[in-house]
Write a protein that binds this ligand. Structure first.
Ligand code: ADP
Ligand code: MG
Length: 242
């Protein structure tokens, strides 16, 4: 079964056509990595997937729910799809654990007690068991991003979207965050990841998608895309980043 089915997705900002008739399906447990030059529409695409942006036209179906159907409950769909951003936006006036517990408790998904147990378990998962009571401001960028991943996981999503989760980090922090993502992939999380980390794409992706200028230019296995790219624009991009 496909978790995500996108067909004929178009997104315009005014007269700027940002997504030009995109089709994409994502299967259960699949890890899809999206690469491509800045401004090609990768973030806009992810934001359409959990309806942070409203598509101009086209259809997006997530777990059988049609996002453009006014009868679909957008909040329910958003609970199924977690998102991790480049900038983690943790609440500074809350502890690490409180940041993780906030949404599930506020939305009535968990009791406070259950949320505490969950936060503890998730902090172990991301390698930060000792930061339960810490203030987010005392953490490094990489630690903050791992808390942000734990926060997304607390909602028990079926699908996780990552938008350049390591781009704002110092190089020495990148590995720990990627290791957490790798572990999630191994445990069967369905993931769409926008990243410039080609090593991660090669190692973890089931499928790599090269996007340019609002189009999916080429897609395939990591081996196909990195070793035998067919399209000139893919070749050109890879020559610049590899
Ligand atoms: P990428 O993530 O691949 O760098 P984006 O999806 O961020 O690309 O941007 C694609 C295009 O859409 C760019 O031309 C950008 O300027 C434009 N864009 C993105 N968000 C907005 C917005 N909220 N309003 C107007 N234009 C936007
Ligand atoms: Mg972007």
């Amino acid at each position: 079964m496909n978790r995500i089915e996108v067909s004929h997705l178009i997104k315009n900002y005014g007269s700027n056509e940002v997504l030009k008739d995109l089709d994409l399906t994502v299967g259960n447990n699949e890890v899809v990595v999206m690469i491509g030059p800045s401004g090609s529409g990768k973030s806009t695409f992810l934001r359409c997937l959990n309806r942070l942006e409203e598509p101009t036209s086209g259809e997006i179906i997530v777990d059988g729910y049609n996002l453009s159907d006014s009868k679909s409950d957008l909040n329910q769909i958003r609970e199924k799809i977690g998102m991790v951003f480049q900038h983690f936006n943790l609440f500074k006036n809350l502890t690490v654990a409180e940041n993780i517990m906030l949404a599930p408790v506020e939305l009535g998904k968990m009791t406070a007690e259950k949320a505490q147990t969950t936060a503890k378990k998730l902090l172990e998962t991301v390698g930060l068991a000792d930061k339960y009571d810490a203030n987010p401001q005392s953490l490094s960028g990489g630690q903050k991003q791992r808390v942000a991943i734990a926060r997304a996981l607390a909602m028990q999503p079926d699908i996780l979207l990552f938008d350049e989760p390591t781009s704002a980090l110092d190089p020495e922090m990148v590995g720990d965050v990627l290791a957490v993502m790798k572990r999630l992939a191994k445990d069967g999380m369905t993931m769409v990841v926008v990243t410039h980390e080609m090593g991660f794409a090669k190692e973890v992706a089931d499928r790599v998608i090269f996007m340019a200028d609002g189009h999916i230019v080429e897609q395939g296995t990591p081996q196909e895309i990195f070793e035998t790219p067919q399209n000139e624009r893919t070749k050109d991009f890879l020559n610049k980043v590899l």
